[in-house]
Design a protein around this ligand. Structure first.
Ligand SMILES: C[S@@+](CC[C@H](N)C(=O)[O-])C[C@H]1O[C@@H](n2cnc3c(N)ncnc32)[C@H](O)[C@@H]1O
Length: 266
């Protein structure tokens, strides 16, 4: 990779995580029944009630907050890890596409497509799996009490995600969207082989659906990346159960306070 290409990808990661200007305040338009009415009126004269946020540098770099406008919430370090894994599988000629289960606004998958473009890789697709309407209601014991499905901030429609790809000039036929619950879409997804499986579904069920339906398609030498290992105990439980059941002993590497990955060796 040339220096210019590396600089482009660094700039892209900073833009996708909104960490380009680390000390600037951020604004979130408050979303509740009363303020929605007030804002609707104020907007007619270009005003709005907003919450001003002063994010800490570390929170943006390590993806510890829900950014108001960034296309990815995973922070610079986990974006960087995606680039590292793609560079490695391309360098080592590991066959297979790239899948993220849990795309939200699409940021991580936009980066995946961009890295392939920079590396001139035309035989790998980026699969973007999401309900595009938030998380499912918990139905497994390990997820009981989980309230993420009530959180509207995690509900981003397919058209908005496609627009985000378009804005970064990354929407093309190497990108495939899988819309629906993982339990329905993943078993029938026409994916033959993967070189990278990135799990970012925030729950036991979502993590397990990704592993049960896709891990056997991950090539030897490919990477399994888990976004929520450190921050969602139910996700860690799913990983531990699956690894124990399938006798996976590949070393788990830490990316940051929550993200981990391992290289599949057998
Ligand atoms: C934490 S966000 C993903 C963040 C994203 N990777 C990024 O770069 O910012 C989790 C996403 O997973 C999706 N999701 C979680 N469980 C799901 C399931 N079982 N089926 C479909 N989508 C699911 C949600 O809709 C949400 O968009």
């Amino acid at each position: 990779m040339t220096e210019i290409e590396r600089l482009y990808l660094d700039l892209l990661k900073k833009s996708l995580s909104d960490s380009l200007r680390l000390d600037k305040p951020m604004f979130r338009i408050k979303d509740n029944v009363v303020l929605n009415v007030v804002n609707k009126i104020l907007m007619t004269v270009n005003y709005s009630v907003i919450k001003v946020l002063f994010p800490k540098r570390e929170d943006l770099i390590e993806g510890k907050m829900l950014p108001p406008t960034a296309e990815s919430m995973i922070g610079f370090k986990r974006l960087d890890n995606i680039q590292y894994c793609i560079e490695e599988v391309v360098k080592n000629k590991i066959e297979g596409d790239i899948l993220e289960t849990g795309a939200w606004r699409g940021g991580a998958t936009i980066l995946m497509r961009a890295v392939l473009k920079v590396l001139n890789v035309t035989d790998k697709k980026v699969w973007v799996a999401d309900s595009f309407e938030g998380l499912p209601k918990p139905s497994f014991e390990a997820d009981m009490g989980d309230k993420y499905y009530l959180f509207k901030g995690l509900n981003v429609g397919l058209e908005e995600v496609k627009e985000n790809f378009e804005r970064y000039s990354m929407l093309d036929d190497q990108v495939v969207f899988l819309k629906g619950w993982f339990k329905d879409t993943l078993p029938v997804a026409p994916i033959d082989k993967l070189s990278i499986l990135r799990l970012d579904g925030d729950m036991y069920e979502s993590t397990m659906d990704g592993l049960n339906n896709m891990y056997h398609k991950l090539s030897i030498g490919g990477y399994c990346i888990v976004d929520d290992y450190g921050c969602v105990p139910a996700c860690k439980t799913a990983i531990e159960e699956f690894r124990a059941k399938h006798e996976i002993t590949d070393e788990i590497h830490k990316v940051d306070w929550t993200g981990v990955y391992w290289k599949k060796t057998k």
